[in-house]
Each structure stands twice: as structure tokens, then as C-alpha cells.
Design a protein around this ligand. Structure first.
Ligand code: GTP
Ligand code: MG
Length: 223
């Protein structure tokens, strides 16, 4: 049984104790150019850590985190893909049954933003039609070197019907908020109903072909 949690939708003054009774697994895939911070975002969200040193992802890495949201315990299963061109052909495999794609760019790297339309096409080509996409502007802590305009990116997201969130994997700014937004739009799954218990008759009867049933208690005695 899960611990009681506070519903994230509740207002500060009227927290409501909610015991999550629905467990939902959801596949999230990170996509985007090299070094935009996809792995850092995944690590910040799942482990609460950040590393300054760049270690390019090879192929893809799987990480997960559970998050309580109202009645639901959502298990975000994150496939963090590699941005290097040589691994791009692997991305469709991860997108195939994904619920969410986090399309990440680096706010200090205009090239990574300019690559977004082609990544978007790539996602639409290989992901299920109902995939939800979030355009994620990462590294907002680097205010001095920011080159991608927030308004422009936001407009782009709106035009293309995707979520937009500005985050910093380094400071953690808006990272939980991003996943809470995903939780909010994730359709609620019906709780699994436990299988009905088989009723064992008190006086079981044997059926011999078309004959009349014979009561066990009358015909046999088991010692
Ligand atoms: P690939 O795996 O090669 O596709 O790269 P990636 O997109 O996973 O990037 P990664 O998370 O490895 O980060 C690349 C570099 O950016 C690392 O040196 C990180 O420390 C740095 N970085 C990531 N996120 C942030 C951030 O929010 N702020 C700052 N200042 N640096 C960041
Ligand atoms: Mg990576």
C-alpha cells in the first residue's frame, strides 16, 4: 500500500490527503541535438543530481522515477537517447510506443534550436499519433549567454501544438514542474479490478455425461 501523499493540485491552505490507488507506467523519450542537456535533465528529475562534466550518451540510457499525482502513482520510465548523429537511427525504436517526447534544446545554442523543426518531423514520423510533445528549453541558468528568444520558442510551440517549458537541469528550475504538467495531461487509466473470486460450492456435485448430478457428500467419503 502506498504512503498517503499530498495532492499536488490541492491549494496550500487545504491540503487533502490522497492515497494513490492507480499505478500508471508511462514511457518518456528525450530527443534533441548533442549536448543540449537531455541526460542532465533525466538525471536531475530521477536522481536529483547534476554533473558539470559532459559524458556523451552512447545509444540510450534508461532511468525512472515515481511521482504521486492525486489518486495516481505515475512511474515515468525515461529513455534518454543520444544526440550524436551516429545514434539517430536508434531513436525511432524508443519512440515507437512512447507517451511523451521531451524535445530538448539549449538556450545558449541557436543551432540546437534551429534543429527543432526537423526533430519534430522525426518524432511525428516514428512516434504513435497520440504522442504528447514538450519543447524543453534547457540551461536557463546561463542568462548571460542565452541566444534563443523565449517568446519565439513559445510561439513556435503554440503553433505546433506542443507544451513549452524553460528549465535548468543544473539548478533544477522547473524540472519537477515540467513532469507535473505531463502528469496532468496524462489520461487517467481505470484502476484494475481484482479478478472475481471463484465460488466453491459447499456441496460440490459430479456430472457424469448427461446424467443427473451426484452429490459428492453422498457418493464418496474421503479419509
Ligand atoms: P548527448 O548525450 O551527447 O546527446 O548530450 P546530452 O543532451 O545528454 O547533454 P548532457 O546532459 O550530457 O549535457 C551536456 C553538457 O551540458 C554537460 O557538460 C552538462 O553539465 C551541461 N548542462 C546540461 N544541462 C545544463 C544546464 O541546465 N545548465 C548548465 N549550465 N549546463 C548544463
Ligand atoms: Mg546524453
Amino acid at each position: 500500500m502506498c504512503e498517503p501523499v499530498y495532492s499536488e493540485l490541492s491549494s496550500d491552505s487545504s491540503y487533502e490527503k490522497v492515497v494513490p490507488d492507480i499505478i500508471q507506467k508511462v514511457k518518456v523519450v528525450t530527443v534533441g541535438d548533442i549536448s543540449v542537456g537531455k541526460s542532465s535533465l533525466a538525471m536531475r528529475f530521477t536522481k536529483g543530481i547534476f554533473e558539470d562534466q559532459y559524458k556523451p550518451t552512447v545509444g540510450a540510457v534508461f532511468v525512472f522515477r515515481q511521482m504521486n499525482y492525486g489518486r495516481r502513482r505515475i512511474i515515468f520510465q525515461i529513455w534518454d537517447t543520444a544526440g550524436q548523429e551516429r545514434f539517430k537511427s536508434l531513436v525511432p525504436m524508443y519512440l515507437r510506443d512512447a507517451k511523451f517526447a521531451l524535445l530538448v534544446y539549449d538556450v545558449t545554442d541557436m543551432n540546437s534550436y534551429e534543429a527543432i523543426p526537423s526533430w519534430l518531423q522525426y518524432i511525428h514520423k516514428y512516434a504513435p499519433p497520440d504522442i504528447q510533445i514538450a519543447l524543453v528549453a534547457n540551461k536557463i541558468d546561463l542568462i548571460q549567454t542565452k541566444t534563443v528568444d523565449s517568446q519565439v520558442a513559445q510561439e513556435f510551440a503554440k503553433t505546433n501544438g506542443v507544451i513549452f517549458e524553460e528549465v535548468s537541469a543544473k539548478t533544477g528550475a522547473n524540472v519537477d514542474k515540467l513532469f507535473t504538467r505531463l502528469a496532468k495531461i496524462l489520461p487517467m487509466e481505470k484502476p484494475e479490478t481484482p479478478p472475481a473470486k471463484k465460488k466453491i460450492p459447499v456441496n460440490p456435485k459430479l456430472y457424469l455425461h448427461d446424467d443427473e448430478p451426484i452429490s459428492l457428500s453422498k457418493c464418496c467419503k474421503i479419509k
